[in-house]
Write a protein that binds this ligand. Sequence first.
Ligand code: ITT
Length: 198
Amino acid sequence: MTQKFVLATHNAHKLQEMSAILSGLGVEVVSPGELGIAVDVEETGATFAENALLKAKAICAAANLPAIADDSGLCVDALNGGPGVYSARYGGEGLDDRGRYMLLLGSMRGQTTRAAYFACAVACVFPNGDQLTAEGRCDGAIAFAPLGEGGFGYDPVFLLPEKGKTFAQLTAEEKAAVSHRGRALKNFAEKLETYLHQ
Ligand code: ITT
């Protein structure tokens, strides 16, 4: 594929994961920083898919290049699906990743129902207005204490029962093979290939 895509994210960890996964799938990407673009998009959508589309549209318009956005989050059964689309803002502005996952562990204290999943919606918008979308999900459970040093965000408290490890205990490749983002981007790359051969 010779077409270049700009990744519509300001999250350095997401950028790194998306670049690695998409490069492995043969999709050439550039970051907004490399293009000198910084667009702050208000995530007003009610769903991951709506927010992904908002981000992709805004960056596509600013860069005049096809733009790929990811909107993602952690959905916890015992918290009625929260923090969900509010995962990046959980607990308010003052918290960092650790602050957010510690807050989550606190709100899960005494909860025996630990089921949770990560969700990811990917949207790609082309300068001619065409759109491609894809979704991915990874089921797991909320750990009782943080474990592992890898990844970002809620990774230290997201447990994959079948591996007996948190996302933060996996290598980047192991995480990408099963993660919500890895699955969504793989599905997206298949749709992109079909689209580009039309
Ligand atoms: P952009 O909108 O600029 O892409 P963001 O971090 O605000 O960056 P989102 O609105 O999609 O992105 O929020 C996603 C949040 O969900 C992210 O900040 C993490 O807290 C969490 N999250 C998403 N994917 C994750 C992953 O793979 N591992 C751990 N936490 C993740």
